[in-house]
Design a protein around this ligand. Structure first.
Ligand SMILES: Cc1cc2nc3c(=O)[nH]c(=O)nc-3n(C[C@H](O)[C@H](O)[C@H](O)COP(=O)(O)OP(=O)(O)OC[C@H]3O[C@@H](n4cnc5c(N)ncnc54)[C@H](O)[C@@H]3O)c2cc1C
Length: 415
């Protein structure tokens, strides 16, 4: 596959862009693969990418029931940060954030990583203490964050209203190298790189059953036929419980809708990401000028990919009191995704009761930022059969052993 470069753009510009190759192939499935990844979202594709890049395993299929990147990976608000409290979380999210810094070069696709900085506002004295604690923990973990006062918040975000009607802004947790990236490009970049390594990305192909024999995975049944494998990675976010059921085990996962919306484009007015977790809304400005807005999850389990109306109202109310200048903005689009929530709001990167089957899920409302680190850790688990240091704490057994990685403050309401 030819490399993308400034020279290639110039060359194609001179010949009416006729010479671009397809970014990835669309093959029919083979009878057998060394490893199958179910789910061509960011986490599934990153798993396949690092199986090839770090472990030399390239006889791999990524099977996707819709189009690649059409799940939560293409539906999120793209916030990237690593300011988590617990050590295992900080380690994997910071690994991920640092991989975002070089992702465009690693996959040879511009993923538009923009480390513009992320502020999580503190609007109650509890939040001030909580975020100060997180800043201290992050200092020990090697994650660069600081607690800043209200004047610094105002300097970074001139459009903010420090004296909100319900809660004042008392400060914030500031991560200067957090930011955003183009979500589709992350999926496309990994897909192209996997295809270049000879892997098969099979779209419009749902997994409908999983065959096991003697407690070991044997094959998957799909809408394009039966495919054999000895290693099966289930990376399907909100549909993880369905796939686990096909293999005969249960997961501690609930699926709920989370939604987002974008406004009409306006002139640049905010060049950082702001999250207001007490009033519960967050916002950034896209390169096109749209304000990208999100809030909380629905309070009941569902698979609607839509989200309920009262959440839009709650989110917009929170943001209008935080940024009064957006009160007359028109909203262009609203959509939802099905997020996979665990009880401690931390992910599963784990072996399962069936030999050869591994799961990666539970990233809930905040897994976009984790894509490269998660793929790195999951590939190691699939290749070696045992978790490496990044994944070691994220096994399913922690729910049996009561060894939770409680990130409900960092991840339960934020993204
Ligand atoms: C509105 C919203 C806002 C968000 N905002 C942020 C944010 O700002 N920052 C952040 O870090 N995270 C955010 N997230 C969370 C983030 O999007 C997810 O955690 C992440 O994208 C999950 O990626 P994934 O690859 O695991 O799942 P997905 O991208 O959902 O991929 C799973 C794939 O599996 C496929 N699949 C399912 N069942 C089958 C089957 N039977 N056979 C074959 N394929 C199947 C699906 O079609 C899907 O494409 C947000 C999520 C939403 C919905």
């Amino acid at each position: 596959m030819r490399r993308y470069s400034a020279f290639a753009i110039a060359r194609e510009g001179l010949r009416y862009h006729q010479g671009w190759e397809r970014a990835w192939a669309s093959p029919e499935p083979k009878k057998r693969y060394d490893a199958i990844v179910v789910g061509a979202g960011g986490h599934g594709l990153a798993t396949a990418f690092y199986l090839g890049k770090n472990h030399g395993i390239t006889n791999v299929a990524v099977i996707e029931k819709g189009w690649l990147g059409g799940g939560n990976t293409g539906r999120n608000t793209t916030i990237i940060r690593s300011n988590y409290l617990q050590d295992p979380s900080a380690a994997i999210y910071e690994k991920s954030r640092s991989l975002y810094e070089t992702m465009s070069q690693d996959v040879n696709m511009n993923v538009m990583f923009s480390p513009r900085g992320v502020i999580m506002l503190a609007q109650t004295h509890h939040e001030v203490r909580g975020y100060q604690r997180t800043a201290h923990a992050n200092a020990l973990q090697g994650v660069e964050t600081t607690f800043i006062g209200p004047q610094k918040v105002k300097e970074l975000v001139p459009i903010i209203n420090l004296e909100g009607p319900r809660y004042p802004v008392l400060g914030g947790l500031w991560q200067p190298r957090g930011g955003t990236a183009r979500h589709d490009a992350v999926a496309w970049g990994y897909a192209r790189a996997c295809s270049a390594m000879g892997m098969d990305i099979i779209q419009n192909c749902a997994v409908t059953g999983i065959e096991t024999e003697g407690g070991q995975v044997k094959a998957v049944n799909t809408t394009k036929g039966r495919i054999e494998t000895g290693k099966l990675a289930l990376v399907v976010a909100g549909h993880s419980s369905d796939l686990a059921q096909m293999a005969g085990f249960r997961l501690p996962i609930e699926s709920v809708a989370l939604q987002a919306l974008v406004s009409e484009p306006i002139k640049p007015c905010m060049d950082v990401v702001v999250m207001a977790n007490t009033v519960h809304g967050y916002m950034s400005q896209s390169d096109k000028g749209e304000m990208v807005i999100g809030g909380g999850t629905d309070h009941y389990n569902n698979y609607t990919q839509r989200g309920s109306f009262h959440h839009i109202e709650e989110t917009v109310r929170a943001l209008v009191e935080t940024f009064p200048m957006i009160s007359r903005l028109k909203m262009l689009r609203q959509w939802g995704g099905i997020v996979d929530m665990t009880g401690d709001r931390s992910p599963l990167i784990s072996k399962t009761p069936v030999g050869g089957i591994f799961v990666n899920c539970g990233w809930g409302t905040g897994g976009f930022k984790a894509i490269p680190g998660s793929g790195w850790a999951m590939a190691e688990l699939v290749a070696k059969g045992e978790p490496g240091p990044l994944a070691a704490d994220f096994g399913i057994e922690r729910f049996r052993e009561g060894r939770f990685i409680d990130e409900s403050v960092a991840a339960g309401v934020a993204h």
